[in-house]
Design a protein around this ligand. Structure first.
Ligand SMILES: NC(=O)C1=CN([C@@H]2O[C@H](COP(=O)(O)OP(=O)(O)OC[C@H]3O[C@@H](n4cnc5c(N)ncnc54)[C@H](O)[C@@H]3O)[C@@H](O)[C@H]2O)C=CC1
Ligand SMILES: O=C([O-])CC(=O)C(=O)O
Length: 354
């Protein structure tokens, strides 16, 4: 094609007439498509809820990930703007935008990894469980789309309450006959990121040198940092243990209160989500020894889901590790976590089974 024809073709796409149209019709989304020469080896990743507080920085950071060759950005609002914006970054991934339910199938078809930060966030005074009524339905709809269009994809579920949305997703996939427990992972990486940061502060270390396993779930007392298993090996006074455990458990609330009605953690969450997604992609690529905590189907306790360290491989969470030795403080914490988790898991299961 002649250069002037190429320019004419591209500029013809750059005059949006109806920002609510999907990528087949929306000029900006088509413009992003036509930039998409792609061909680079890598994985196809979809972000559902890409225009949100987490979704936008997450989209930007995934566009920077060299393991991603195709990036699909889906939302029920503002997908065209975010897509146009992110698609101008001179990194390898091809970016395509998808707007609204009629576009969900195209957004998901062929994806290797689907990351879901769709749904409402907390305001001060709310618990994560207070989000259940709205987010449960959103997660159900999106997971029905995954079951239909990319049943083999790995799913990273961020939408709260994670302790219930992961069981919801599992039930949707079971109903559709596509459930692979290894491929459904609730993202608890932000708890690990916070734990590494807060523990490093107390120890006077660089957080990048610190590794704290955080087990259980992702809400209040279900978030259980195992401070007895911190690397590098160290010890804490009872006061330090109490301070660190509470701060890690209440990390989300700390941000919700500081944002004072403007939402919950978005930037640190996008960072954590990308860190976790990158580990999933490295596992998919066949890298050995990729281990991180996630909320998965589990036989580590008597609960059907539980967060512990898992080994990530081509099949997703290929191995779920045991808790390891706990001290008395952690054993007490574990019982509290299990009690609350049991209720949240059952609530999720009943939402689909009812
Ligand atoms: N797992 C974790 O560690 C964390 C989870 N979260 C959770 O992540 C979720 C998103 O948080 P934010 O990005 O701050 O919220 P937000 O309100 O800024 O963004 C949510 C996005 O989801 C979109 N959305 C709503 N319904 C949708 C649907 N049916 N399909 C596709 N997209 C849809 C909205 O249009 C919006 O763009 C919340 O539930 C929040 O509680 C937040 C921080 C940490
Ligand atoms: O606290 C919230 O609502 C958001 C969240 O899950 C977190 O920041 O850990």
């Amino acid at each position: 094609m002649e250069a002037n024809q190429r320019i004419a073709r591209i500029s013809a796409h750059l005059h949006p007439s109806n920002p609510q149209m999907g990528s087949e019709h929306h000029p900006i989304l088509r413009a992003a498509d036509c930039r998409a020469k792609g061909g680079a080896p890598g994985f196809k990743v979809a972000i559902l809820g890409a225009a949100g507080g987490i979704g936008q920085p997450l989209s930007m950071l995934m566009k920077m990930n060299p393991l991603v060759s195709v990036l699909h950005l889906y939302d029920v609002v503002n997908a065209p703007g975010v897509t146009a914006d992110v698609s101008h970054m001179d990194t390898g991934a091809v970016v395509r935008g998808f707007l609204g339910q009629p576009q969900l199938e195209s957004a998901l078809t062929g994806m290797d990894l689907v990351i879901i930060p769709a749904g409402v966030p907390r305001k001060p005074g709310m618990t994560r469980d207070d989000l259940f009524n709205i987010n449960a339905g959103i997660v159900r709809t999106l997971c029905e789309g995954i079951a239909k269009s990319c049943p083999n994809a790995i799913v990273n579920l961020i939408s709260n309450p994670v302790n219930s949305t992961v069981p919801i997703a599992a039930e949707v996939f079971k109903k559709a006959g596509t459930y692979d427990p290894k491929k459904l992972l609730g993202v608890t990486m932000l708890d690990v990121v916070r734990a590494n940061t807060f523990v490093a502060e107390v120890l006077g270390l660089d957080p990048r040198e610190v590794s704290v396993p955080v087990v259980g779930g992702h809400a209040g007392v279900t978030i259980l940092p195992l401070l007895s298993q911190v690397k590098p090996p160290c010890s804490f006074t009872p006061e330090e243990t109490e301070y660190l455990t509470k701060r890690i458990q209440d990390g989300g609330t700390e941000v919700v209160q500081a944002k004072a009605g403007a939402g919950s953690a978005t930037l640190s969450m996008a960072y954590a989500a990308v860190k976790f997604a990158d580990l999933c992609l490295r596992g998919l690529k066949g890298d050995a020894g990729i281990v991180e905590c996630a909320f998965v189907a589990s036989q580590v306790t008597d609960l059907p889901f539980f967060a512990t360290k898992v080994r990530l491989g081509r099949g997703g969470a290929e191995e779920v590790f045991q808790l390891g030795p706990l001290n008395e403080y952690e054993r007490v914490g574990l019982e509290k976590a299990k009690k609350e988790l049991a209720v949240s898991i059952q609530k999720g299961v009943s939402f689909i089974k009812k």
